[in-house]
Design a protein around this ligand. Structure first.
Ligand SMILES: C[S@@+](CC[C@H](N)C(=O)[O-])C[C@H]1O[C@@H](n2cnc3c(N)ncnc32)[C@H](O)[C@@H]1O
Length: 247
């Protein structure tokens, strides 16, 4: 779904507020990333034959920088909030740039690996971000694409809510199903492997550290009941896709 630029700015203000004001958020998010991804990334380090010379780009790295799970390689990060969150000098071994995924500040065919986790549903023009990632990657290199997707009924209600400004999720202008998540990257990448990282059964279950079910609003409870009536046992899932740049 297309959104206007002001909608994206609104989402980014929300994002900045969270990272900037919630105590220990970066630490908690890092623990979550570590718990969810460290075994997989150890395997990928070997599978992708990463060496210290390989250049890795983490698009929408945020303060957490999932590329920290790969101890080998020259790591770069890009984030539109890099300056505001003072990320440019946050890590001595990762060079973080201010920038957007839609317009990456790097030449074509520059990187050996790209990573983009929990970012695409936050962006202004998701398709353009994927095309840019493909542009900066060398031929035949890999892309680790991860994020949250919703079951089709929930995605439908969320997209409807976004369109008609009802029950909107301010920080997330876009909502994907697994199919639409895959379709986004198919023009530029071939999907080699898909891992289910987490299955969330209610609207607060994203596999976060110290996450509590909390109370749900009436509309959400109705949506959940309808979801169950449709025979769906899950609400949100986190997937990680290993992709190969098309020739
Ligand atoms: C939920 S955070 C995820 C950060 C990190 N990747 C992680 O997994 O913890 C989403 C990040 O996407 C960034 N973002 C939003 N729009 C973007 C865009 N158009 N291009 C690149 N990054 C973007 C935000 O600034 C934010 O840091």
């Amino acid at each position: 779904m297309k959104i206007n630029y002001h909608r994206w700015i609104e989402a980014q203000k929300f994002e900045f507020h969270d990272w900037n004001t919630l105590p220990k958020l970066t630490n908690l998010e890092w623990q979550e990333i570590y718990y969810k991804y460290s075994p997989l990334f150890s395997k990928l380090q070997t599978r992708l034959k990463l060496t210290p010379q390989k250049k890795i780009i983490d698009v929408g790295c945020g303060p957490t920088c999932i590329s920290r799970l790969l101890p080998t390689g020259r790591r770069f990060g890009v984030d539109p909030l890099a300056k505001k969150l003072k990320l440019t000098r946050a890590y001595s071994d990762i060079k973080i740039y201010q920038g957007r995924g839609e317009d990456l500040p790097f030449p074509a065919n520059y990187f050996d690996l790209a990573i983009c986790r929990n970012v695409i549903d936050h962006t202004y023009q998701p398709q353009k971000v994927i095309t840019e990632i493909s542009r900066v990657l060398k031929p035949s290199s890999h892309f680790i694409f991860a994020g949250y997707v919703y079951n089709p009924f929930i995605a439908f209600t969320k997209n409807l809510g976004e369109k008609f400004n009802l029950l909107r999720n301010i920080g997330h202008p876009h909502t994907y199903t697994l199919k639409s998540f895959k379709d986004l990257i198919r023009p530029d990448f071939e999907i080699k492997k898909v891992w289910l990282i987490h299955e969330g059964r209610h609207p607060n279950d994203f596999g976060k550290i110290n996450e509590k079910p909390g109370s749900l609003s009436l509309p959400y409870r109705l949506i959940l009941s309808a979801n169950r009536l449709l025979g769906q046992k899950w609400f949100v899932r986190e997937y990680c896709l290993l992709c190969h740049k098309r020739q």
